[in-house]
Ligand binder design. Structure first.
Ligand code: ACO
Length: 333
């Protein structure tokens, strides 16, 4: 599914991010499971990740990231019309995490709901919000990727627990004024034939957690990593190329590629295939691991605040996750 900016142009006018204070290093994990800093570093590039406090929920992290984005956009919470939270680790199955965010922010006029598209969720939210604004339904939207994955990780499974971390990122979208940037093209896709590759099998209606199955760790992430890896490379390459082409750009025009932060080897593989030099690719996974829907959002904010791109520059975001899902966006800042 794809679409060029055909109606009112939409700009990203503020970004924000938040990660919890607690750092869990690869050396800490060596004490918890049979693994090594060397294995984790060479296979993934991850050195450490952040872990939320017990009483720090997905919505709390989302609110902290939101406040930064609103401050940068110079928009008061009371003016927000739409809040979309992308998450696979909601505070509660219902109501949506976006409802808690609306309340805590004081964004009482906003329509608020969640979407579930795993690591691609932030870019799904971007596409959806962009379309709703460009159609004239809303004037602005606060979109978030926020995850407390530490609550859904089996800390005895070395093949998954070394990969994930917690955090949140936010972006404020609004109708672009003359001279402001513009989201040029977006792409999203799904392959429901691969649901078995990456999922949280328990805790939903298919497998409620009961006293009988509670000790089987069913409500934690399960993944066939090798297969996910192969799909990730081809889907992200195709999705990124699609938005570059539909924006009328060449890879040489891209100031910064911001890929999903799951594995450095995946990032290197897609970078080569899209033909963008290493120095124009943003990587922060060594600090945070894979924060699923939050990853692209945090990376966008960090890259923005670090001055890795500025007004007039073209950037491309691309992500991939459970579903399987994939998504990309090309933006003129
Ligand atoms: N420490 C030490 N050894 C380990 C660890 C560990 N933490 N984990 C696995 N191993 C062992 C395995 O048991 C296996 O041993 P064996 O050969 O004796 O059987 C060996 O290391 C190799 O394991 P593989 O799984 O084949 O390792 P691989 O090179 O594929 O790397 C990884 C695994 C890092 C998970 C990789 O496949 C990957 O990154 N996949 C993609 C993940 C991803 O992109 N997810 C995105 C979406 S996430 C979302 O949507 C929430």
């Amino acid at each position: 599914m794809s679409g060029l900016a055909s109606q009112l142009p939409v700009a990203i006018v503020g970004t924000g991010s938040y990660v919890p204070d607690k750092v869990l290093t690869n050396s800490d994990l060596e004490i918890m499971v049979e693994t090594s800093d060397e294995w984790i570093t060479t296979r993934t590039g991850i050195k450490e990740r952040r872990i939320a406090a017990e009483d720090e929920f997905t919505s709390h992290m989302a609110v902290k990231a939101s406040r930064q984005a609103l401050e940068q956009a110079e928009i008061d919470a009371s003016e927000i019309q739409l809040i979309i939270v992308a998450t696979i680790t909601p505070n509660t199955l219902t109501p949506a995490t976006a409802c808690y965010v609306q309340q805590d922010l004081g964004a009482h006029k906003a329509v608020a709901f969640d979407i579930s598209a795993a690591c691609s969720g932030f870019l799904y939210a971007l596409k959806l919000a962009k379309r709703l604004i460009s159609d004239g339904a809303f004037e602005n939207a606060l979109i978030l990727g926020a995850e407390k994955l530490s609550a859904f990780v089996n800390w005895e499974d070395r093949s998954t627990c070394v990969l994930f971390g917690d955090g949140a990122g936010a972006a404020l979208l609004k109708r672009a004024e003359k001279g402001e940037g513009e989201i040029l093209a977006t792409d999203i896709g799904t392959d429901g034939g691969q649901t078995h590759l990456l999922n949280i099998p328990g805790g939903g209606s298919a497998c409620p957690i009961t006293i009988e199955n509670a000790d089987r760790r069913l409500a934690t992430l399960a993944m066939i990593g090798k297969d996910v890896f192969k799909h990730a490379v081809t889907r992200m390459r195709d999705s990124a190329n699609s938005v570059i082409e539909r924006s009328g750009l060449q890879p040489a025009d891209i100031k910064l590629l911001i890929p999903h932060q799951a594995n450095l080897r995946i990032i290197e593989a897609i970078t080569k295939r899209i033909d963008i030099p290493e120095e124009r690719v943003f990587v922060n996974l060594h600090k945070y691991g894979n924060t699923s829907a939050a990853a692209c959002a945090i990376a966008l904010d960090e890259a923005h605040r670090a001055g890795r791109f500025g007004p007039g520059d073209h950037i491309v975001l691309v992500a991939f996750g459970a579903g399987l899902t994939w998504a990309a966006a090309a933006v003129r800042w």
